[in-house]
Design a protein around this ligand. Sequence first.
Ligand SMILES: [Zn+2]
Length: 581
Amino acid sequence: MADQSIQSAVKDLQQQSAGGTGSAPVNANGEAPKVGQALGWINREIHEKGVMTRAAETAMLYVNLSKIPINPDLLKLVTRDEAVAAGVMPFFRLGQHLRVGVVDPTNASAKAIIDRWTAQKLEVELNLCTADSIEEAVHIYDVQQAVLKQDIVTNIEESRVAAFEKEIQILADLKKRVETVTAEEALNLLEVGAIKTGASDIHYEPEETKARVRFRIDGELHLIFELDKKIFLNIINQLKYKCKMKMNVTTVPQDGRYSFAINARKVDVRVSLIPTQYGESFVCRLLDSGKSFLSFAEMGFQGAYLTKMEKLPELSHGMVLVTGPTGSGKTTTLYGLLGRFNTPEAKVITLEDPIEYHIEGISQSQIDEGHGYNFADGLRTILRQDPDTVMIGEIRDLETATVAAQAALTGHVMLSTLHTNSAVESIPRLVNMGLPEFIVGPALHTIIAQRLVRKLCVCAEKRAVTPEEKIKFETILAGIPAGALAAFMPAAPVVVPTELLSPHGCEVCSKTGYRGRLVITEMVSIDTELQELILAKASGPKLFEVARKKGLITMQEDGVLKVLQGLTTMDEVFQATNIML
Ligand SMILES: [Zn+2]
């Protein structure tokens, strides 16, 4: 690839990282507006936008390092500690020309490092970036060693990533490239495209005369392009080869997996194949280990719930249940918790169906119902291994519930999921399964019910609140007990705004107006009073009423508070909370 095109690729990437030009919720200091003033945590994208504005005002370049592949070789120019302390990170080098992200160019340590590079005859070009950006780049240092140890089927080279990124700025452009390169490269292009758009799955679907490629982004399937069947066959044969499927068999379902790495970030791909009338259809689930270690705040936990989540890893025994329908992000929350229980002193074992993410330091075991290894039996076996924390994929039956509850009562932390609509509903659900009340109460520690909502992209636009929305807001806010509200939005009084953010659409969010997702939650901690009520067979509504007094806000209310903070929309919250199991 010619130098010229690499330069233009990076330039385009930078422009793309800068996002759309829609009005953004930032004030002159580049901070989020103090709607409700409850924000102990900052919306990353708003923060980026602030730095971008500042760069423009001071005639500097801006860079969002999370959008740019950094060659690990560049990390040799600066030590990890230096980069963190001085807020500098080299991110691109072409010959002697070095592009550097910097948080504060006037910082003395930053200046010293830049002087050092200049003395090495490097031509340094500074780009303003956020401290978050630096932190993400530094993360590469931390994962690099771990990744090198694992066997990687493909490592997409940095220069090719840069080239690919240029090609796939607009997803539709992918098609042109995919049709003209080798099958292996086409697959790489699709992998980079999927990671870059934050897709969770790639679907390859043959039809009568053509084949479709779709990405699932933020829970929704998007058609990326349609392909000629001949090209499609080449790609899926490459895919089958990569995940060690039987190449000569085309009439039975097959499962496989493979890995690829992108910027020292390893992505596991779980592939499922089913034969259809028009040929073999594939779904590739991307299990991005770099993604699974979001903080609880980044996942969307806020206020009193965030505090509860952060305290959970101190737990010595008891059951923590995450509830919600399929696609509500239960697994991400569960793994987030699991990662925090995973300390060198603790023994953590999981029982899963299937194993979604591989986590170092944890014994993960896979259910095999066909061979009689079910959740209940597996759990009994696991408990003989003297674990401190056990994660079990799902509580489906009384047998599993009983073993799990006994384990929770005898000094183990049990993490699991349950299919219920609300947090409080989990209590009657366990009782209805046949678990006695005198076990349910003491065994349960915390119940987390959740849904996912899409997060507004930085391109969101302001618009006036409609009278109907005003009424909706007022009704919902009035329903939240004052004490509970204060734990989430301390800057009382919380008022209905006159303006709201609406989705718009830009290149960054592939014109959807949304980017990323957040959980909306409700949490209940079981204390002595609730235990007594459970023992007294109190009804669901009664349990809710008491939990309410102790600070419970519902998922819908949590979502509405996020709308007030400009993070998502009423449509998203209502759509997510209307799913009934
Ligand atoms: Zn956008």
